[in-house]
Design a protein around this ligand. Structure first.
Ligand SMILES: Nc1ncnc2c1ncn2[C@@H]1O[C@H](COP(=O)(O)OP(=O)(O)OP(=O)(O)O)[C@@H](O)[C@H]1O
Ligand SMILES: [Mg+2]
Length: 350
Protein backbone atom coordinates (compact mmCIF):
# COMPACT_ATOMS: atom_id res chain seq x y z
CA UNK A 1 0.00 0.00 0.00
CA UNK A 2 1.39 3.40 -0.90
CA UNK A 3 1.51 6.18 1.65
CA UNK A 4 -1.04 8.18 -0.34
CA UNK A 5 -3.40 5.20 -0.26
CA UNK A 6 -3.25 4.80 3.51
CA UNK A 7 -6.51 5.11 5.42
CA UNK A 8 -7.44 8.73 6.15
CA UNK A 9 -7.79 8.57 9.92
CA UNK A 10 -4.30 7.43 10.76
CA UNK A 11 -3.07 10.39 12.81
CA UNK A 12 -1.93 9.23 16.19
CA UNK A 13 -3.11 10.50 19.55
CA UNK A 14 -0.80 12.69 21.60
CA UNK A 15 0.80 10.63 24.38
CA UNK A 16 -0.20 13.34 26.87
CA UNK A 17 1.44 12.74 30.21
CA UNK A 18 4.74 11.04 29.40
CA UNK A 19 8.04 12.47 30.63
CA UNK A 20 9.98 14.89 28.45
CA UNK A 21 13.03 13.19 26.90
CA UNK A 22 14.34 15.87 24.51
CA UNK A 23 14.30 19.61 25.10
CA UNK A 24 15.38 22.12 22.49
CA UNK A 25 15.64 25.73 23.55
CA UNK A 26 16.47 28.82 21.52
CA UNK A 27 18.30 26.70 18.94
CA UNK A 28 20.06 28.77 16.30
CA UNK A 29 22.57 28.08 13.54
CA UNK A 30 24.19 30.68 11.34
CA UNK A 31 26.39 29.65 8.39
CA UNK A 32 29.12 31.99 7.20
CA UNK A 33 28.99 32.07 3.40
CA UNK A 34 31.58 34.85 3.01
CA UNK A 35 34.53 34.54 0.70
CA UNK A 36 37.87 34.18 2.51
CA UNK A 37 39.16 37.35 4.19
CA UNK A 38 41.90 38.01 1.59
CA UNK A 39 39.49 37.66 -1.35
CA UNK A 40 37.11 40.07 0.36
CA UNK A 41 39.96 42.54 0.86
CA UNK A 42 41.02 42.40 -2.80
CA UNK A 43 37.69 41.85 -4.56
CA UNK A 44 35.54 43.75 -2.10
CA UNK A 45 32.26 42.48 -0.66
CA UNK A 46 31.25 42.08 2.95
CA UNK A 47 30.37 39.20 5.20
CA UNK A 48 27.50 37.01 4.04
CA UNK A 49 25.64 34.87 6.56
CA UNK A 50 22.69 32.54 6.35
CA UNK A 51 20.51 31.89 9.40
CA UNK A 52 19.37 28.31 8.78
CA UNK A 53 17.75 27.86 12.21
CA UNK A 54 16.49 30.91 14.03
CA UNK A 55 15.46 30.41 17.66
CA UNK A 56 13.67 27.08 17.63
CA UNK A 57 12.08 25.65 20.81
CA UNK A 58 10.32 22.34 21.22
CA UNK A 59 10.18 19.32 23.47
CA UNK A 60 9.68 15.62 22.74
CA UNK A 61 8.08 13.32 25.26
CA UNK A 62 9.13 9.74 25.80
CA UNK A 63 7.54 7.32 23.29
CA UNK A 64 6.35 10.16 21.08
CA UNK A 65 7.04 10.80 17.37
CA UNK A 66 7.69 14.48 16.89
CA UNK A 67 7.59 15.36 13.20
CA UNK A 68 9.30 18.39 11.73
CA UNK A 69 7.85 19.46 8.38
CA UNK A 70 8.73 22.24 6.01
CA UNK A 71 9.82 22.90 2.45
CA UNK A 72 13.35 22.29 1.22
CA UNK A 73 15.84 24.60 2.93
CA UNK A 74 13.63 25.32 5.96
CA UNK A 75 16.31 24.00 8.34
CA UNK A 76 15.07 20.48 9.11
CA UNK A 77 18.36 18.64 8.61
CA UNK A 78 20.32 21.40 10.36
CA UNK A 79 18.12 20.92 13.46
CA UNK A 80 18.55 17.13 13.19
CA UNK A 81 22.35 17.40 13.10
CA UNK A 82 22.48 19.78 16.07
CA UNK A 83 20.14 17.47 18.01
CA UNK A 84 22.30 14.37 17.63
CA UNK A 85 25.57 16.20 18.26
CA UNK A 86 26.91 16.34 14.68
CA UNK A 87 26.74 20.13 14.20
CA UNK A 88 27.45 22.77 16.83
CA UNK A 89 24.64 25.29 17.39
CA UNK A 90 25.44 29.02 17.13
CA UNK A 91 23.18 29.48 20.16
CA UNK A 92 20.64 27.60 22.25
CA UNK A 93 20.67 24.17 23.82
CA UNK A 94 19.70 20.55 23.26
CA UNK A 95 19.06 18.45 26.37
CA UNK A 96 18.46 14.71 26.10
CA UNK A 97 17.50 12.72 29.18
CA UNK A 98 18.72 15.62 31.32
CA UNK A 99 22.20 15.82 29.70
CA UNK A 100 23.16 18.92 27.71
CA UNK A 101 24.35 17.61 24.31
CA UNK A 102 26.62 20.62 23.72
CA UNK A 103 27.39 21.92 27.19
CA UNK A 104 28.01 18.93 29.44
CA UNK A 105 31.49 18.46 30.91
CA UNK A 106 30.63 15.03 32.28
CA UNK A 107 32.47 12.68 29.86
CA UNK A 108 30.88 9.52 31.29
CA UNK A 109 27.38 11.03 31.08
CA UNK A 110 28.07 12.17 27.51
CA UNK A 111 29.16 8.68 26.43
CA UNK A 112 26.05 7.13 27.99
CA UNK A 113 23.89 9.73 26.27
CA UNK A 114 25.54 9.28 22.85
CA UNK A 115 24.76 5.57 22.97
CA UNK A 116 21.12 6.43 23.43
CA UNK A 117 20.88 8.63 20.32
CA UNK A 118 20.96 7.35 16.74
CA UNK A 119 20.16 8.80 13.36
CA UNK A 120 18.69 7.28 10.18
CA UNK A 121 19.39 9.18 6.96
CA UNK A 122 17.45 9.63 3.76
CA UNK A 123 19.77 7.73 1.49
CA UNK A 124 20.43 4.13 2.55
CA UNK A 125 22.87 3.80 -0.38
CA UNK A 126 25.14 6.50 0.98
CA UNK A 127 24.85 5.68 4.68
CA UNK A 128 26.12 2.08 4.50
CA UNK A 129 29.80 1.36 3.82
CA UNK A 130 29.76 -0.55 0.47
CA UNK A 131 32.97 -2.48 1.27
CA UNK A 132 31.73 -3.92 4.55
CA UNK A 133 29.58 -6.96 5.00
CA UNK A 134 26.21 -6.23 6.64
CA UNK A 135 27.31 -8.04 9.77
CA UNK A 136 30.28 -5.66 10.21
CA UNK A 137 28.07 -2.64 9.55
CA UNK A 138 25.56 -3.61 12.24
CA UNK A 139 28.27 -4.73 14.66
CA UNK A 140 30.13 -1.44 14.56
CA UNK A 141 28.11 0.45 17.21
CA UNK A 142 28.15 -2.66 19.45
CA UNK A 143 31.95 -2.61 19.34
CA UNK A 144 32.26 1.17 19.55
CA UNK A 145 30.27 1.24 22.79
CA UNK A 146 31.80 -2.01 24.17
CA UNK A 147 28.35 -3.53 24.54
CA UNK A 148 29.19 -7.23 23.84
CA UNK A 149 32.79 -8.40 24.05
CA UNK A 150 32.36 -12.03 22.92
CA UNK A 151 32.47 -12.35 19.08
CA UNK A 152 29.98 -15.26 19.03
CA UNK A 153 27.48 -13.37 21.19
CA UNK A 154 27.91 -10.33 18.97
CA UNK A 155 27.13 -12.46 15.91
CA UNK A 156 23.95 -13.69 17.60
CA UNK A 157 22.94 -10.15 18.43
CA UNK A 158 23.45 -9.12 14.78
CA UNK A 159 21.20 -12.02 13.72
CA UNK A 160 18.58 -10.90 16.24
CA UNK A 161 18.71 -7.34 14.94
CA UNK A 162 18.34 -8.52 11.33
CA UNK A 163 15.27 -10.57 12.31
CA UNK A 164 13.87 -7.59 14.21
CA UNK A 165 13.86 -5.50 11.01
CA UNK A 166 12.37 -8.31 8.91
CA UNK A 167 15.58 -9.62 7.27
CA UNK A 168 17.19 -13.06 7.45
CA UNK A 169 20.02 -13.52 9.99
CA UNK A 170 22.05 -15.06 7.12
CA UNK A 171 21.89 -11.70 5.31
CA UNK A 172 24.78 -10.62 7.55
CA UNK A 173 27.18 -12.32 5.14
CA UNK A 174 26.13 -10.18 2.19
CA UNK A 175 27.24 -6.74 1.03
CA UNK A 176 24.92 -3.70 0.86
CA UNK A 177 24.76 -3.74 -2.97
CA UNK A 178 23.04 -7.14 -2.82
CA UNK A 179 19.91 -5.53 -1.33
CA UNK A 180 17.05 -3.36 -2.60
CA UNK A 181 16.55 0.22 -1.36
CA UNK A 182 13.91 -0.79 1.19
CA UNK A 183 16.10 -3.64 2.48
CA UNK A 184 19.07 -1.32 2.80
CA UNK A 185 17.01 1.07 4.88
CA UNK A 186 16.13 -1.94 7.08
CA UNK A 187 19.85 -2.59 7.49
CA UNK A 188 20.38 1.07 8.44
CA UNK A 189 17.59 0.70 11.02
CA UNK A 190 19.18 -2.49 12.42
CA UNK A 191 22.47 -0.64 12.73
CA UNK A 192 20.75 2.24 14.51
CA UNK A 193 19.14 -0.21 16.95
CA UNK A 194 22.42 -2.00 17.70
CA UNK A 195 23.38 0.36 20.53
CA UNK A 196 19.96 0.02 22.22
CA UNK A 197 19.04 3.67 21.70
CA UNK A 198 16.10 5.45 23.32
CA UNK A 199 15.91 8.24 20.79
CA UNK A 200 16.23 8.03 16.98
CA UNK A 201 16.32 10.96 14.59
CA UNK A 202 14.92 9.91 11.21
CA UNK A 203 15.78 12.45 8.49
CA UNK A 204 13.49 11.76 5.50
CA UNK A 205 13.89 7.98 6.07
CA UNK A 206 11.58 6.95 3.24
CA UNK A 207 11.98 9.80 0.73
CA UNK A 208 14.51 7.95 -1.44
CA UNK A 209 12.42 4.76 -1.55
CA UNK A 210 9.88 3.52 -4.06
CA UNK A 211 6.36 4.47 -3.06
CA UNK A 212 5.51 0.76 -2.77
CA UNK A 213 8.02 0.15 0.02
CA UNK A 214 7.65 3.45 1.88
CA UNK A 215 4.65 2.23 3.86
CA UNK A 216 6.45 -1.00 4.83
CA UNK A 217 9.40 0.90 6.26
CA UNK A 218 7.10 3.35 8.07
CA UNK A 219 5.12 0.46 9.56
CA UNK A 220 8.39 -1.16 10.66
CA UNK A 221 9.44 2.06 12.40
CA UNK A 222 6.09 2.19 14.18
CA UNK A 223 6.24 -1.46 15.26
CA UNK A 224 9.77 -0.99 16.58
CA UNK A 225 8.68 2.09 18.48
CA UNK A 226 5.95 0.13 20.23
CA UNK A 227 8.10 -2.93 20.94
CA UNK A 228 11.18 -1.06 22.12
CA UNK A 229 9.61 2.10 23.58
CA UNK A 230 11.52 4.37 21.20
CA UNK A 231 11.16 8.12 20.84
CA UNK A 232 11.51 9.62 17.35
CA UNK A 233 12.27 12.98 15.83
CA UNK A 234 10.90 12.38 12.37
CA UNK A 235 11.75 14.74 9.54
CA UNK A 236 9.78 14.86 6.32
CA UNK A 237 8.52 17.26 3.71
CA UNK A 238 5.71 14.79 2.97
CA UNK A 239 2.61 15.49 5.05
CA UNK A 240 0.93 12.22 4.06
CA UNK A 241 3.88 10.42 5.70
CA UNK A 242 3.83 12.70 8.74
CA UNK A 243 0.12 12.09 9.20
CA UNK A 244 0.82 8.37 9.36
CA UNK A 245 3.57 8.49 11.98
CA UNK A 246 3.45 11.67 14.05
CA UNK A 247 2.02 12.27 17.50
CA UNK A 248 3.09 15.92 17.44
CA UNK A 249 4.08 18.15 14.53
CA UNK A 250 6.24 21.26 14.21
CA UNK A 251 5.97 23.29 10.99
CA UNK A 252 9.16 25.09 9.97
CA UNK A 253 9.42 28.06 7.65
CA UNK A 254 12.84 29.56 6.88
CA UNK A 255 14.36 28.42 10.15
CA UNK A 256 11.45 29.37 12.44
CA UNK A 257 8.75 27.14 13.89
CA UNK A 258 5.50 28.76 12.76
CA UNK A 259 3.09 26.23 14.22
CA UNK A 260 3.29 23.34 16.63
CA UNK A 261 0.41 21.10 17.68
CA UNK A 262 -0.63 17.51 18.42
CA UNK A 263 -0.86 15.76 15.02
CA UNK A 264 -4.63 15.22 15.22
CA UNK A 265 -5.32 18.88 15.91
CA UNK A 266 -2.86 20.08 13.27
CA UNK A 267 -4.44 18.00 10.54
CA UNK A 268 -8.02 18.65 11.68
CA UNK A 269 -7.68 22.40 12.20
CA UNK A 270 -4.44 23.98 10.98
CA UNK A 271 -4.08 27.56 12.28
CA UNK A 272 -1.12 29.23 10.58
CA UNK A 273 -1.76 30.34 6.97
CA UNK A 274 1.42 28.48 5.94
CA UNK A 275 0.25 25.23 7.55
CA UNK A 276 -3.07 25.62 5.76
CA UNK A 277 -1.24 26.10 2.48
CA UNK A 278 0.91 22.99 3.05
CA UNK A 279 -2.17 20.90 3.86
CA UNK A 280 -3.96 22.16 0.77
CA UNK A 281 -1.09 20.75 -1.30
CA UNK A 282 -1.25 17.21 0.16
CA UNK A 283 -2.21 14.64 -2.47
CA UNK A 284 -5.76 13.61 -1.77
CA UNK A 285 -6.64 10.02 -2.60
CA UNK A 286 -10.35 10.80 -2.81
CA UNK A 287 -9.59 13.30 -5.54
CA UNK A 288 -7.71 10.76 -7.63
CA UNK A 289 -4.43 11.09 -5.79
CA UNK A 290 -3.54 14.25 -7.68
CA UNK A 291 -1.99 17.35 -6.12
CA UNK A 292 -4.92 19.52 -5.08
CA UNK A 293 -3.18 22.82 -5.19
CA UNK A 294 0.49 23.61 -5.37
CA UNK A 295 2.00 25.83 -2.69
CA UNK A 296 1.75 29.42 -3.90
CA UNK A 297 4.89 31.51 -4.37
CA UNK A 298 8.60 30.76 -4.10
CA UNK A 299 10.61 30.23 -0.94
CA UNK A 300 12.55 33.49 -0.43
CA UNK A 301 16.34 33.56 -0.44
CA UNK A 302 17.38 32.54 3.09
CA UNK A 303 20.45 34.81 2.93
CA UNK A 304 18.16 37.79 2.78
CA UNK A 305 14.79 36.68 4.23
CA UNK A 306 11.78 39.01 4.30
CA UNK A 307 11.66 41.14 7.48
CA UNK A 308 9.00 40.69 10.16
CA UNK A 309 7.17 37.43 9.57
CA UNK A 310 9.25 35.60 6.93
CA UNK A 311 6.05 34.25 5.39
CA UNK A 312 4.31 37.60 4.78
CA UNK A 313 5.08 37.92 1.00
CA UNK A 314 3.30 34.60 0.35
CA UNK A 315 0.58 35.00 2.96
CA UNK A 316 -2.97 35.57 1.70
CA UNK A 317 -3.90 37.18 5.04
CA UNK A 318 -0.87 39.43 5.55
CA UNK A 319 -1.45 42.71 7.38
CA UNK A 320 0.66 45.89 7.50
CA UNK A 321 2.73 45.03 10.54
CA UNK A 322 3.50 41.47 9.32
CA UNK A 323 6.33 42.91 7.20
CA UNK A 324 7.67 44.84 10.21
CA UNK A 325 7.36 42.82 13.41
CA UNK A 326 8.36 39.24 14.10
CA UNK A 327 5.21 37.63 15.51
CA UNK A 328 5.37 36.14 19.01
CA UNK A 329 4.05 32.65 19.71
CA UNK A 330 0.38 32.48 20.69
CA UNK A 331 -1.61 29.61 22.25
CA UNK A 332 -4.51 28.82 19.93
CA UNK A 333 -6.49 25.79 21.14
CA UNK A 334 -3.94 22.96 21.43
CA UNK A 335 -1.51 24.74 19.06
CA UNK A 336 1.35 27.20 19.45
CA UNK A 337 1.20 29.57 16.49
CA UNK A 338 3.66 32.28 15.46
CA UNK A 339 1.30 34.60 13.61
CA UNK A 340 -0.05 38.15 14.08
CA UNK A 341 -3.56 36.97 13.17
CA UNK A 342 -3.84 35.63 16.70
CA UNK A 343 -2.85 38.90 18.40
CA UNK A 344 -5.80 38.59 20.81
CA UNK A 345 -4.83 35.10 21.97
CA UNK A 346 -2.69 34.33 25.02
CA UNK A 347 1.04 34.50 24.40
CA UNK A 348 3.09 31.37 24.89
CA UNK A 349 5.68 31.34 27.66
CA UNK A 350 8.22 29.87 25.22
N1 LIG B 1 27.03 23.54 5.74
C1 LIG B 1 26.28 24.53 5.26
N2 LIG B 1 26.84 25.67 4.82
C2 LIG B 1 26.08 26.67 4.34
N3 LIG B 1 24.73 26.64 4.28
C3 LIG B 1 24.11 25.54 4.71
C4 LIG B 1 24.85 24.40 5.22
N4 LIG B 1 23.95 23.43 5.57
C5 LIG B 1 22.74 23.93 5.29
N5 LIG B 1 22.82 25.18 4.77
C6 LIG B 1 21.69 26.05 4.38
O1 LIG B 1 20.81 26.12 5.48
C7 LIG B 1 19.45 26.09 5.05
C8 LIG B 1 18.74 24.93 5.71
O2 LIG B 1 19.27 23.72 5.19
P1 LIG B 1 18.74 22.28 5.64
O3 LIG B 1 19.59 21.27 4.95
O4 LIG B 1 18.67 22.23 7.13
O5 LIG B 1 17.27 22.29 5.04
P2 LIG B 1 16.20 21.09 4.97
O6 LIG B 1 14.92 21.64 5.56
O7 LIG B 1 16.75 19.85 5.55
O8 LIG B 1 16.00 20.95 3.39
P3 LIG B 1 15.73 19.63 2.50
O9 LIG B 1 14.25 19.36 2.60
O10 LIG B 1 16.11 20.07 1.12
O11 LIG B 1 16.57 18.52 3.02
C9 LIG B 1 19.49 26.02 3.53
O12 LIG B 1 19.33 27.32 3.03
C10 LIG B 1 20.88 25.46 3.25
O13 LIG B 1 21.34 25.92 1.99
MG1 LIG C 1 17.23 17.96 4.77
Amino acid sequence: MSVAAMPKDVSRPDSGNNKTLVEINGLRRVFDLSKPWLNRLIEGGGKVTLTAVDGVDFAIREGETYALVGESGSGKSTIAKMTVGLLRPSAGSVTIGGTDVWGSKDAEGMRAMRRQIQMIFQDPFASLNPRWRVRAIIEEPIKAFDLISDAKDRGERVGELLSLVGLDPRDGQKFPHEFSGGQRQRIAIARALASNPRFIVCDEPTSALDVSVQAQVLNLLRDLQERLGLTYLFISHNLAVVRHVATRVGVLYLGRLVEEAPARELFASPQHPYTKMLLEAVPDIEMGGSERQSIAGEIPNPVNPPPGCHFHPRCPQAMDHCSRDIPPVYHVGAANVRCHLFGDAKRSAR
